[in-house]
Design a protein around this ligand. Sequence first.
Ligand code: NAD
Length: 263
Amino acid sequence: MDLGLEGKRALVAAASRGLGRAVAEELAREGCKLLICSRGAEALERTREEISELSGEKVSAVAVDLSKEADVERLLRTSEEELGGVDILVTNVGGPPAGRFEDHSAETWRMAISQNLESVLNLTRGVLPGMRKQAWGRILNITSISVKQPVDQLILSNSLRAAVTGFARTLANEVAAQGITVNNLLPGYTLTQRVQELAESAASSRDCSPEEVFAGWEEQIPMGRLGRPEEFAALAAFLASDRASYITGASIPVDGGWIRALY
Ligand code: NAD
């Protein structure tokens, strides 16, 4: 299938590793010009070089903390300088800390709101005028399966992903007539470095091995295995393309069947 992404300009947030990186890689393979970001400059630069080498496409990178409004503004200015605008925005950022309601202070909530909700609003605010002007745009938000079925011990994530979903579903209607689609991608358990680290920390607190933690997750997944980042990225490339021109306001899981609901 020709996705028609050749030459499109994509800004992929939080892409030095994991799901963001997989999406950036897939879009570059499809011929997009890329701007990626994350906090740590060194890992980001390595990723930038690797994606540029494997795709032969121009890839730019800027180290920013997405929870800081001034950093997001700097990222948006760089997108103008390096790409001349953004056709495809992929919002993404690290997950907030795990825990139950009484584990988190008001300050932790504020930090999570800046990182996981306000970063999405600030990025979207920056790219929408250009998308409206050219009457074409794609906004993809990486959220989580927790928006369909909240995950225990993740009250911050469950709450803020739900807020992003409400925002995106409403915005989708506001911009649909201008050729702009807004969709959410819901990763299930996907084997990234973060998930590997989560398995290790769960193993040490439960006094078992990381393999046993993985086995517990796999039991909940009808496919019996975790997802691969490239399986997630394939959906992103499709939704970013013209082939997905009539899909908007959707929240689509890539979860091996984990969510049991009818939707
Ligand atoms: P990851 O930790 O492997 O990658 C996160 C990326 O975000 C890294 O590039 C990191 O440098 C960057 N980052 C983190 N905080 C940042 C900040 N404040 N500013 C700029 N960059 C920042 O994580 P992942 O597994 O790829 O997950 C990506 C997102 O998807 C997370 O929000 C996670 O909670 C969510 N998610 C992941 C899974 C999964 O199974 N992998 C499942 C559900 C939801």
